[in-house]
Every structure is written in C-alpha cells, then in structure tokens.
Design a protein around this ligand. Structure first.
Ligand SMILES: [Zn+2]
Length: 125
C-alpha cells in the first residue's frame, strides 16, 4: 500500500509534532533579543547514554521544544521541554539545564527514560 509508511505510528507522531511546531509562536516573537540557542541533549538509559547537539535558528524556530523519546519501542514517548526552556529564556539565562522523564509506555511498563539537557543561549546586548 502506498500509504502504509505515511500512516505508521511514527510517521503520524512526526506529522503531529510538525503541525504543533507550525502552529506555535516563533522564538523571535517570544524572546526578541535572543540571538543564539543550542541544546546539548543527553539520553540516559541504564549503562548507555547518547548525546547530541541541537542548534536552533532563532529567526525561524518555533517556541516549542519537543524531543522524541530515544527508545524505538516507546509508544507516545516525547519530552516536552518547552516550559523549562522558555522560562529560562524569558529570564535571560545564558546557561541552564534540566531533566525530563519520559511518560511513554514500553510494552506493559512505563518507559521512564530520562533526558538531560544543557542549554546555552545568547542575547543581544
Ligand atoms: Zn520513552
């Protein structure tokens, strides 16, 4: 079927996230003097941890920070860092960090994977 891929749960979640990102206010409008933002995202699970860096285009990025759960088996897993990040940006913090526990489900259990982020922000002086 042509639509099989498009209708998979992962694809639907991606579509949903993109829709919410499109509808969210822009970073530029919410924190007008922000000029740079990057998040170092660390996903810890048992013995392993993976880390990646996300740089944001502050002129076009939405004021919405959603990170999908790194566990492929996790259903509905998503970390919403929006309120933590936006609060720090409004306070003009240049570095801040936080943790978010996944509320998704893996099989019959709760995922509870923890995402840790370290953020660096720059503002117009
Ligand atoms: Zn999860």
């Amino acid at each position: 079927m042509m639509n099989h891929r498009r209708n998979s749960p992962a694809a639907l979640r991606f579509e949903d996230r993109r829709k919410r990102e499109n509808e969210a206010p822009r970073l530029r409008d919410t924190v007008p003097d922000l000029v740079g933002l990057q998040l170092s995202i660390e996903d810890r699970s048992g013995m392993t941890s993976t880390k990646h860096l996300r740089r944001f285009m502050v002129d076009s990025a939405p004021a919405l920070f959603l990170v999908p759960c790194a566990d492929a088996r996790c259903a509905e897993g998503e970390h919403d860092l929006t309120s933590a990040v936006m609060r720090a940006l409004r306070e003009h913090k240049t570095t801040f960090q936080g943790d978010d526990e996944c509320m998704g489900n893996v099989g019959l259990g709760v995922c509870s994977r923890v995402l840790h982020f370290d953020a660096t922000a720059e503002y117009r002086s």
